[in-house]
Design a protein around this ligand. Structure first.
Ligand code: ADP
Length: 486
């Protein structure tokens, strides 16, 4: 059952109970007050009648010392008609409670007589035929005789009024309940609108529309719920986007991996097939074996790089404080043999928080890439704006900055087109595939650098212009920066 219908039904039940009880109480109160008034009048009337009877008895001729039954009947019949258009209903009984006189139509039983004595008045409400009466009984003291006078007063009107009151109240209650139901339906529909909007949003999101948000139309608890729901939807959408990006990246990786495997494998299989199925002269055999060897080596290098990336992805941050100088000295020694390159180092002393072996791998990769990009006799701009021919200049710098310690590797080589710059950190991505392969590249070096820098809570910044060179930099977390002392 719908929540709004439940709301309407429960309100109607409460309303019906409230109206029912209040109506019953009100009509009954009016009835009891009227009945009380009628009883009071009936008792007054019977007192007046008994007084009239006693007065009439005083006028009886003196020849009777005791009031005879015939006189009692005479007085009773006079009282019955006395001064009224319709006759009174009365009954007279003697001391022994034997009935002496009964009016026509006096139908009440004698149940009240035994309860009444000389000093008490009694009454009851009775149903006789289809009419209700107040039945009273009082004693009369007439000429040394104790008689009992019973009267019946018709109070059917009071009961009819009560029945009419109940019937009217029932009609009013039904009309009020119907009106209340219509009003409550409108109110419930307005109150539950935020819930309907939330349900709609949930269904849209379940159907894959993650950007859909529920409209907030109130500032109450339901409005808060809508806000929280939308907040949750935002978080969910972000997570789903990230997951989708990750899946896409993995698919791209798998595609590129398969492609990179295919090229050397095709060459290896082709040359191996040639060696086994043809009798080649010595020169061609050596050439074929050489191809197989170099392509095999490339595959081996590639698998090592991939392993490095997988290991770096799983690596826990185990950073230690290392003097920046240690890293630069290592690089200097590493590239000391590379005489055809002019690699310059300039760095500030500081303690950096790194995993030394991993950071050294990043630096070696960047300097290696810079050397590869410069290996064609590019020009280097001088301070005065002129440019001079150079075999290849690479500048490696380390400086203390606000956020930590910035390491930069700058070259004046071929540069990278702007639209390619964000792609080169992806695994297997090479700007110029044939050039990269000729230099034993597989497009995995920068992907490895990114993974290692992630462990250091850092990332690669790339600035590059085609034909002018590139600068690869990253910032390492550093402590005591700028005031390092040996
Ligand atoms: P690899 O060097 O093994 O090909 P990397 O991931 O290190 O793979 O580099 C990816 C590509 O980015 C390279 O193939 C090259 O095209 C480009 N690249 C990297 N560093 C530089 C640089 N300093 N100057 C120009 N291009 C670069």
């Amino acid at each position: 059952m719908k929540f709004s219908i439940k709301l309407v039904l429960s309100t109607i039940i409460v309303l019906a109970l409230a109206l029912g009880f209040s109506g019953f109480y009100f009509v009954n109160y009016v009835f009891e007050t009227s009945l009380e008034r009628e009883v009071g009048q009936a008792l007054d009337e019977s007192s007046i009648l008994s007084f009239a009877f006693e007065t009439a008895a005083l006028n009886v001729p003196l020849k009777y010392s005791v009031l005879p039954d015939s006189v009692v009947e005479e007085i009773a019949s006079k009282l019955e008609m006395g001064g009224r258009s319709e006759s009174r209903l009365l009954r007279i009984a003697d001391e022994e409670k034997n009935v002496l006189y009964t009016s026509d139509g006096f139908t009440a039983d004698e149940g009240l007589l035994p309860q009444t004595d000389q000093h008490t008045k009694s009454y009851r409400v009775i149903l006789a035929g289809e009419s209700y009466y107040v039945h009273t009984c009082v004693s009369i003291n007439a000429l040394d005789r104790i008689l009992y006078l019973e009267t019946m007063k018709d109070v059917t009107g009071v009961f009819t009024e009560r029945a009419m009151g109940f019937s009217l109240y029932r009609k009013v209650t039904i009309i009020m309940l119907l009106t209340g139901m219509v009003i409550m339906l409108i109110i419930a529909s307005l109150l539950t609108k935020p819930i309907r909007l939330l349900t709609k949003a949930t269904k849209r999101m379940a159907a894959g529309d993650y950007a859909y948000r529920a409209k907030q139309i109130s500032r109450d608890e339901l409005g808060q719920l809508t806000r929280d729901f939308n907040g949750m939807a935002n978080a969910l959408e972000d997570t789903i986007c990230k997951l989708e990006e990750e899946i896409e990246a993995r698919e791209e990786f798998m595609g590129a991996f398969a492609h990179e495997l295919k090229t050397p494998l095709t060459a290896i299989i082709g040359y191996a097939d040639m060696l086994r199925s043809h009798k080649l002269d010595e020169e061609k055999s050596i050439m074929s074996a050489n191809y197989i060897y170099t392509e095999g080596k490339r595959l081996e290098a590639m698998s090592f790089r991939l392993l490095d990336i997988i290991v770096a992805k799983q690596e826990e941050a185990n950073l230690q404080e290392v003097p920046a100088r240690e890293l630069f000295v290592y690089l200097q020694e590493m590239f000391a043999e590379k005489k055809e390159m002019d690699i310059r180092f300039q760095y500030e002393e500081a303690l950096v928080q790194v995993e030394p072996n991993l950071i050294k791998t990043v630096l070696v990769n960047l300097v290696d890439n810079a050397c590869k990009a410069s290996e064609s006799g590019e020009t280097v701009p001088e301070a005065d704006g002129a440019s001079t021919e150079n075999v290849g200049l690479v500048e490696v710098t380390g400086e203390v900055v606000d956020d930590g310690y910035r390491v930069a590797v700058k070259d004046y080589g071929i540069g990278i087109p702007e639209e390619e710059q964000h792609k080169i950190v992806k695994a297997f991505y090479m700007v110029d595939k044939s050039r990269a392969r000729s230099k034993n590249g597989a497009g995995l070096g920068l992907a490895l650098c990114e993974e290692i820098l992630k462990i250091h809570h850092s990332k690669l910044q790339i600035e590059s212009r085609v034909g002018e060179g590139s600068c690869f930099s990253f910032i390492l977390p550093a402590e005591n920066r700028g005031n390092y002392e040996e």
